[in-house]
Each structure stands twice: as structure tokens, then as C-alpha cells.
Design a protein around this ligand. Structure first.
Ligand SMILES: CC(C)(COP(=O)(O)OP(=O)(O)OC[C@H]1O[C@@H](n2cnc3c(N)ncnc32)[C@H](O)[C@@H]1OP(=O)(O)O)[C@@H](O)C(=O)NCCC(=O)NCCS
Length: 144
């Protein structure tokens, strides 16, 4: 398995939308709108591959010169719990530090909170609802 940056609008990016749809939207009975996908532009897309198949994806959205928001984190349902999510996040943290960012933040779904806690993300603030499900904001300082 390898993790690498993919480019918005590429064939790989289009495949990553299918994975995001499968893992993050269909189970909620939702679908992406073109307005929602338009925000993917000018963001960093990090994907995990087994051969030429995308098995994991996450997006990094610059909020300011120090902070990236990690969003749309998804791993193929048959391959969850095998370390792919951890490898993508670790790759993303190094990638972000190299680009001069110091902080990550994210809105974690309730079921995913233990995953982010394993990777040393901290909960800040109260529960809130997005796409109809419970979330908490989490943060991590990624550089010294
Ligand atoms: C959440 C998700 C991205 C994690 O990716 P993953 O590849 O399954 O996770 P990993 O195998 O890399 O797990 C890393 C560590 O977190 C732990 N972990 C992962 N998911 C967990 C969970 N739901 N509960 C408790 N621990 C969990 C693993 O046991 C592992 O611990 P270890 O390193 O001590 O063995 C993935 O399961 C997924 O796509 N879930 C559905 C979509 C989703 O919820 N996305 C997040 C939206 S905020």
C-alpha cells in the first residue's frame, strides 16, 4: 500500500469521489452536490493505493497560514482497521509540516473519535451535528 498526493480534477481524484460517496454519504442516504465538491478545489488530496485501486482518501483544507482542516477521511469498508487510516494521517502530518503548517483541526464523527485519539488528536468543545450525525471538533499541534 502506498500513500501519495493526488491532484484535484485528475482521474484519481474522480475515483476518490466514488470512495467518499460509498463510505461517507451513501450510508447516510445522502449524495454529493456539485457545490459541495467545488470546495475540493485548492485543497490537498491525500490517497492510499493498493496497486491502482484507491483504498483510502482524506482532504486537507487550508484555513489560514498555520492551520489545515482534515476532512472527508474514508477507508474502503473491507480494509478498515488495517492501519490505512493511520498511514494516511501520518503521511498528511509530515506533508503539512513540510509545507509550513503547524496545526490540524477536524470535525470527528462520534464513531471515529477513538481513531483520532489514537493519533493524539484532542477534543475541543461540545458535541454538534453535521450531515445529521454527532461530531466533536478535534485538534493537534503537528510541529514543534
Ligand atoms: C475512521 C477510519 C478513517 C479509520 O481508518 P482505519 O484504516 O480503519 O484505521 P486504522 O486501522 O489505521 O486504525 C488506527 C488505530 O485506530 C484504532 N481505531 C480505528 N478505528 C477505530 C474505532 N472506530 N474505534 C476504536 N479504535 C479505532 C485502530 O484500532 C488502530 O489502533 P492501533 O494502531 O493501536 O492498532 C475508517 O475506519 C473509516 O473510513 N471509517 C468510516 C468513515 C469515517 O468514520 N470517517 C471519519 C469521519 S470523521
Amino acid at each position: 500500500m502506498i500513500v501519495k498526493e493526488i491532484i484535484f480534477g485528475s482521474i484519481e481524484y474522480n475515483k476518490s469521489i466514488d470512495l467518499r460517496d460509498e463510505i461517507l454519504r451513501k450510508p447516510l442516504g445522502l449524495a454529493f452536490t456539485s457545490e459541495f465538491l467545488q470546495q475540493d478545489k485548492d485543497q490537498f488530496h491525500i490517497a492510499a493505493f493498493e496497486g491502482d485501486k484507491i483504498v483510502g482518501i482524506l482532504i486537507l483544507k487550508p484555513l489560514d497560514k498555520n492551520t489545515l482542516k482534515m476532512r472527508q477521511v474514508a477507508v474502503n469498508v473491507n480494509l478498515q482497521g488495517k492501519g490505512i487510516g493511520r498511514k494516511m494521517v501520518e503521511f498528511s502530518e509530515k506533508f503539512a509540516v513540510e509545507k509550513g503548517f503547524s496545526y490540524f483541526e477536524l470535525n470527528a464523527r462520534k464513531e471515529a473519535i477513538p481513531f483520532y485519539e489514537k493519533l493524539n488528536y484532542l477534543i475541543v468543545g461540545d458535541e454538534f451535528f453535521e450531515v445529521g450525525i454527532s461530531h466533536k471538533k478535534m485538534v493537534k499541534k503537528i510541529s514543534n
